[in-house]
Design a protein around this ligand. Structure first.
Ligand SMILES: NC(=O)C1=CN([C@@H]2O[C@H](COP(=O)(O)OP(=O)(O)OC[C@H]3O[C@@H](n4cnc5c(N)ncnc54)[C@H](O)[C@@H]3O)[C@@H](O)[C@H]2O)C=CC1
Ligand SMILES: O=C(O)CCC(=O)C(=O)O
Length: 529
């Protein structure tokens, strides 16, 4: 049977050559209207795209023969992965083919920003000169703050070190060992913002990174800071950039990515500001990167179509597990537990041990993948899934260990996670209580029972009368309702732990009001909503 692949979005022509060598027919359609795409997609087993095509449920409903969606690049934010998974369509990407190109583009943007290169080129080309106006700044001995020390952030650090820059990074999901190895000082975000002359971000766009720089943090920024974004539009709040420049807080910004691409009319107005320089999402646009990702994705898709291997796949284990009723509840439990652990673990933790009891021992490998998926999905740019979660964890230098325990005195089937570094550890256990009913049963040696759902406020307190009343009245004053609660203690009058499910998300001010209560410590807020 002949196999057909559709190449969209200016994917490098070498992609078609690789398919041809594998006897797979490839049609190249760099520009195609959505209506026409819907008409023809049905005859293809695979499609390859960059960021120009959005694959949603509606488009997938026309793709009756589709087996694979291949992203020639990293970000898969333009593909509805849950919709593809439920249709049994594999989604693949090429996570490292464009790392070097994007890092080089970022370094170019840092220098261009420091020396006003684009603005002065414009001036000379339009017949001007103005040497005084374009006085720049050296990057040597200046501090570069890097948010996100993953693949691209690391390559930027290595290159800018050679320019003589001092390097700081904030990345709660990297290790001290990795930072030390590349000569970067790991610091807290506020510290980094207050010390950086240049800031570059290399994270995915998530709830945590969205609007990381805005007028709200103006007083935390070192005056005269220069901002670079070659990651995802929206990490810097676009509408706040000009006000930050006009207030003299930000000296300039270099942008490669935007919340809407191409930018909206309003955004184009922002980009006209003379202190802002910009490129049209060119980070990965080099011959080398495009060739690498095109060859990689064509080889990966050919192997998968021939059922040889599923390298680069983001959802293949999830597809086979969708049909296994026995393991499914434990995979869900493990993923939720991973999400909780990712939010309570000490910063820069690198030791993770997983203990399984009962039926969980049978599926320990996939359950560890699910825990790591839950933890990492909050921090990693590629869509983390059961296939790639372990790879990303190991790449980050995490030390993982798994043990199986024959029984537990209270629970038949239990998962326990211990995580931390040499100075601080957290331990948390959870079990399945019924369909969709997953509960934490122990935290740091305190027995509790709390459903893994919604928004959870957790804290330690002295075991004395009035503590719960103090917390609940503080919450009530802020119109925050408690949905459920669980208490655990070491013994009468000693330390206790309290976990409450609140009816809505808490903001920093509301959390502060709990931190400030006498006798309350170690306050953590966990969102599973
Ligand atoms: N401009 C362009 O053409 C390109 C842009 N990209 C984008 O660059 C970004 C980085 O890509 P990679 O380095 O390949 O990803 P990566 O997954 O290797 O690194 C991302 C890093 O961000 C960290 N991180 C996540 N959330 C964080 C948070 N809240 N605070 C601090 N650190 C956090 C993670 O721990 C991880 O180390 C992605 O958004 C990707 O889509 C990638 C390629 C080309
Ligand atoms: O295909 C492109 O040029 C976009 C690259 C990118 O942003 C990515 O790989 O995440």
């Amino acid at each position: 049977m002949s196999l057909n692949v559709l190449l969209l979005d200016n994917v490098d022509p070498v992609c078609a050559e690789v398919f041809k060598e594998r006897n797979i027919h490839a049609d190249q359609r760099p520009k195609i209207e959505l209506d026409e795409l819907k008409k023809i997609i049905g005859k293809y087993e695979a499609i390859v795209l960059r960021s120009g095509t959005t694959v949603d449920e509606e488009l997938l409903s026309h793709a009756e023969n589709l087996r694979i969606i291949g992203r020639a690049g990293v970000g898969v934010d333009n593909i509805d992965i849950p919709a593809a998974t439920s249709k049994g369509v594999l989604v693949m990407n090429t996570p490292d083919g464009n790392t070097i190109s994007t890092a080089e583009h970022t370094c170019g943007m840092i220098i261009a920003l420091a020396r006003n290169i684009p603005q002065s080129v414009d001036r000379v080309k339009s017949g001007g000169w103005d040497r005084k106006k374009f006085m720049g700044t050296e990057v040597h001995s200046k501090t570069l703050g890097i948010v996100g020390l993953g693949k691209i952030g690391t390559e930027v650090a290595l290159r800018m070190k050679q320019f003589g820059m001092d390097l700081l990074a904030y990345d709660p999901f990297t290790t001290q060992d990795h930072a030390k190895e590349i000569g970067v000082e790991l610091v807290e975000l506020d510290d980094l913002l207050g010390r950086s002359d240049f800031l570059t971000v290399h994270t995915p766009l998530t709830e945590k990174t969205k609007n990381m720089i805005s007028l709200d943090v103006a007083d935390k920024l070192k005056p005269g800071i220069r901002l670079v974004n070659c990651a995802r539009g929206g990490i810097y709040k676009e509408e706040d950039l000009v006000p930050l420049i006009e207030k003299g807080i930000v000296a300039g910004a270099a942008l490669d990515v935007y919340t809407t691409e191409p930018p909206t009319k309003e955004l184009y107005e922002t980009l006209k500001n003379p202190s802002i320089i910009c490129t049209p999402h060119l980070g990965a646009s080099t011959e080398e990167a495009q060739e690498k990702v095109a060859v990689q994705i064509a080889s990966q898709i050919s192997d998968a179509l021939e059922n040889k291997n599923y390298k680069g796949s983001l959802n293949s284990k999830s597809i086979s597990l969708l049909t296994n009723d026995e393991v499914q509840p434990y995979v869900e439990l493990a993923e939720k537990l991973g999400k909780v652990s990712g939010q309570i673990m000490p910063d820069n933790a690198n030791n993770f041990s997983f203990e399984y009891t009962g039926i969980c021992t049978k599926y320990s490998e996939v359950l560890t993948d699910a825990i790591l998926k839950g933890m990492l999905s909050q921090y990693v740019s590629e869509s983390v899934n059961l296939i790639n979660a372990r790879h990303y964890a190991l790449e980050r230098g995490f030390k993982l260990s798994e043990t199986n325990k024959s029984d537990d005195k209270n629970y038949n089937d239990l998962i326990t996670i211990k995580l931390g570094d040499s100075s601080e550890y957290k331990q948390i256990s959870a079990a399945v209580f019924g369909p969709g009913d997953y509960r934490i049963v122990e935290i740091d040696g305190f027995g509790i029972e709390l459903r893994l759902e919604g928004d959870i406020l957790m804290y330690q307190n002295l075991d004395k009368p009035g503590m719960l009343a103090a917390v609940s009245s503080t919450l009530a004053k802020q119109d925050i309702n408690i949905g459920a609660l669980s208490l655990g203690r070491e013994g009468k009058g000693s330390n206790a732990i309290t976990a409450v499910i609140v009816d809505r998300q808490l903001n920093n001010e509301e959390l502060d009001s709990i931190y400030k209560l006498d006798g309350v410590s170690n306050v953590k807020y966990i969102s599973l909503s």
